[in-house]
Ligand binder design. Structure first.
Ligand SMILES: NC(=O)c1ccc[n+]([C@@H]2O[C@H](COP(=O)([O-])OP(=O)(O)OC[C@H]3O[C@@H](n4cnc5c(N)ncnc54)[C@H](OP(=O)(O)O)[C@@H]3O)[C@@H](O)[C@H]2O)c1
Length: 277
């Protein structure tokens, strides 16, 4: 079995938002494996995940909350404070795919409420407790998609650019406090995200992708060690490298290709396993 990095001090309770699926579920599993008790938050089916985490030992708790609403955020913060959560994994997020003018405004604003507003709101509510304790770990799930403008995925890419900047800024403010902030920039990862966002027929939707478990192991290593940032996956690293050298118009064109529909003549059957796993 692979050796895992363990937190140097008390492992404590970890809040994980969006913990019932994909990367969030894998992060929750990895944290449970390393001895954390996990507070699982999502807008449905939390008990299934809580029961699955019990296989790793520990005492795990579920909370059903819609984090796209201030009420859901407040309920989550209340429960996290009751449990004394010292690790915050702010991961829940959605994508809205399509031309901005042709997708419902309500969906775009809900994306901003969840991906952006809930992270700022939760952090503002929970950070004072971490500072009072003089210790804490925060992981913010941004994305390599935030590194470039993204035609047909505009609000999503912008939300992830916000999160990366927010994580780095907060980290700077918190230097010396005992609280660290880590930005997670996953490359394309095999989860239900692309199906949920209606992106299965796009170039990015059809790419082979590494597993969420692999992304989570790298992320929890970085979180535990208090690193500033972790980029996961070969495609993720390539996208960041390309973003650093291209001028902005070329970045938008390059990145837009990922979210464009695959012409039916080029579509090849998807495989269920990935060489990147
Ligand atoms: N997959 C990728 O390639 C990729 C790459 C870069 C970054 N990311 C980011 O990674 C994070 C997780 O994505 P994923 O790929 O794991 O997607 P996913 O499998 O669709 O998981 C999303 C999670 O967020 C929860 N969620 C959605 N809306 C919510 C709401 N209003 N309130 C509370 N919870 C809500 C979902 O719960 P329900 O199912 O109950 O709604 C689910 O647990 C997101 O922030 C995403 O932007 C993903």
């Amino acid at each position: 079995m692979r050796a895992v990095a363990r937190p140097p001090e008390d492992r404590g309770v970890a809040l994980v938002t969006g913990a019932t699926s994909g990367i969030g579920r894998a992060l929750a599993t990895e944290l449970a494996r390393r001895g954390h008790d996990v507070l699982v938050v999502a807008d449905r089916d939390v008990d299934v995940t809580v029961r699955a985490l019990e296989a790793h030992g520990g005492t795990h708790t579920g909370l059903t909350a819609d984090l796209a609403t201030p009420r859901g955020v407040a309920a989550t913060a209340r429960r996290a404070r009751e449990l004394g959560a010292s690790t915050l994994v702010l991961n829940a997020g959605v994508g809205v795919h399509g031309a901005f003018a042709r997708t419902p405004l309500e969906d775009q604003l809900r994306l901003i409420d969840l991906n952006v507003r809930s992270v700022a709101h939760l952090t503002h509510l929970l950070l004072p407790d971490l500072l009072a304790e003089g210790r804490g770990r925060i992981l913010v799930t941004a994305s390599v998609a935030g590194e470039m403008p993204a035609p047909h995925f505009a609000t999503y890419a912008a939300s992830k650019a916000f999160l990366r900047s927010f994580a780095w800024s907060l980290r700077g403010e918190l230097a010396g406090t005992g609280v660290t902030v880590t930005a997670l920039l996953p490359g394309p990862t095999r989860t239900p995200f692309f199906r949920e966002a209606g992106m299965e027929r796009t170039h990015v939707g059809r790419l082979p992708k590494p597993s969420a478990a692999r992304t989570a192991r790298r992320a929890v290593d970085a979180l535990t060690l208090g690193r500033p940032e972790v980029v996961t996956g070969v495609q993720g690293a390539a996208m960041v490298a390309v973003a650093r050298v291209l001028p902005q118009p070329a970045r938008a064109a390059f990145h837009g290709w990922f979210y464009a529909p695959v012409p039916p003549s080029l579509a090849v059957p998807r495989t269920s396993s990935s060489p990147l796993r």
